[in-house]
Ligand binder design. Structure first.
Ligand code: BMA
Length: 300
C-alpha cells in the first residue's frame, strides 16, 4: 500500500546541527510551499525535545539551527508532535512527561516562528492527540488515546468550543483480539478529508516473544459525524521491514505523526523508524480508502 521513498531514511541525527541521538516521530505540514517537519529527538540525557526542519519537495529536509520546543521548568520531556491547520492557524499537540505522568499540551502558531502555548488539554495517561482540520457544528474535534485497565489503549473522540475545555468524550475504536493491532492502538496522523470520509492513519501494536511490533493501519470516519467509523482496514498498511525500522533505539517500530495529502491524490506519509530515524513514503488515497471500505474489521 505504501511505496517507500528510495532514499530513506530522509533525516537522521547526522543532519541535525545540535547534539541529538535520534530524529523520529515527526509531524509534517505544507506551509506556504514549504514542508515543515516537527520531529522528536532524544538528547543524551535520555529526554526529548522537538526540532524543526524545512523542505521544498517533502523529501530533502534541512534542520533549523536550534530546537523548536524544549521541556518547560518541571517537565522532563516533550514528544511526538502532531500539527493540524484549522481556520488559518496551526495547532500543535505533543506529549509532555513530568513527575505527574504524561499529558498532552497544545500550542498555536501561524508561521512556525512565534508559538503561543495554549494549555495542557488532558489529565495524566493520555497520548496521541490529533485534531481534525475542520470543526463540527462549531466544535473542534480530536482523537486521542487514554489508558485505563477497563478500556485498554483504545481510540476516543472529544470535542471543544475553545481548544481548552474538552468533553462529550466517547470510545470509538478498540484493539481487536488476535489481530496485528491486538495490544494497543493510537491515532497517528491528523485525519485527512476524502470524498468518502475522514481517513485516519493509526498505529497498532502486537506483542511477541521478542517484544512489541508497531505497524500502521487505516480507518475511515463519517464526514459529518467523525465519531462514526465507517470502516477499519483489516490488514496493516506498513510494517517494519527496512534495516533502520527493524533495529535502532527501539526495534521493530514504524510510528507516524503526520501525512501530507497532495493535489494529485497521493499522500506523503512520514514515520519514525525504530525510534531512531525519519522515513517517508507515498500512497494513493483511493487505495487506503478502499481498504477501509472493502476489507474491514470491526471498529469495537
Ligand atoms: C510509544 C511511544 C512512541 C514510540 C513507541 C515505540 O509508546 O513512546 O513515542 O515511538 O512507543 O517505542
Amino acid at each position: 500500500m505504501i511505496k517507500r521513498y528510495a532514499h530513506n531514511p530522509i533525516l537522521t541525527k547526522a543532519d541535525i546541527p545540535y547534539a541529538v541521538e535520534t530524529v523520529h516521530n515527526a509531524a509534517v505540514v505544507k506551509h506556504e510551499n514549504e514542508y515543515i517537519m516537527l520531529f522528536r529527538s532524544h538528547l543524551r540525557t535520555g529526554r526529548s525535545i522537538i526540532g524543526l526542519a524545512r523542505s521544498g519537495d517533502g523529501f530533502h529536509f534541512t534542520a533549523d539551527p536550534a530546537p523548536f520546543l524544549a521541556p518547560g521548568k518541571e517537565e522532563f520531556s516533550v514528544e511526538d508532535p502532531r500539527v493540524t491547520r484549522v481556520e488559518g492557524e496551526y495547532l500543535i499537540t505533543y506529549s509532555v512527561y513530568s513527575r505527574n505522568g504524561v499529558q498532552i499540551a497544545l500550542a498555536k502558531t501561524q508561521d512556525f516562528s512565534h508559538v503561543e502555548s495554549v494549555a495542557l488539554i488532558t489529565e495524566a495517561d493520555y497520548r496521541n492527540v490529533v485534531i481534525f482540520p475542520e470543526k463540527f457544528e462549531g466544535l473542534y474535534a480530536r482523537l486521542d488515546r487514554p489508558h485505563s485497565e477497563i478500556a485498554p489503549w483504545s481510540i476516543w473522540i472529544s470535542y471543544s468550543p475553545d481548544l481548552r475545555f474538552w468533553g462529550e468524550s466517547q470510545l470509538i475504536m478498540r484493539p481487536v483480539q488476535y489481530h496485528w493491532d491486538e495490544m494497543k492502538i493510537g491515532p497517528g496522523a491528523p485525519p485527512i478529508k476524502t470524498e468518502q470520509g475522514w481517513l485516519s492513519i493509526y498505529h497498532g501494536v502486537f506483542q511477541t516473544m521478542d517484544g512489541s511490533v508497531y505497524r500502521l493501519g487505516v480507518a475511515l470516519h463519517d464526514l459529518q459525524n467523525p465519531a462514526k467509523i465507517i470502516g477499519v482496514g483489516d490488514s496493516w498498511i506498513l510494517q517494519p521491514e527496512d534495516p533502520w525500522e527493524l533495529t535502532g533505539y527501539v526495534h521493530n517500530v514504524v510510528f507516524t505523526c503526520g501525512a501530507v495529502a497532495e493535489a494529485d491524490g497521493t499522500l506523503k506519509i512520514y514515520w519514525g523508524g525504530a525510534d531512531t530515524v525519519m522515513c517517508a513514503g507515498e500512497a494513493n488515497v483511493c487505495d487506503l480508502v478502499a481498504l477501509c471500505l472493502d476489507h474491514a474489521r470491526p471498529a469495537k
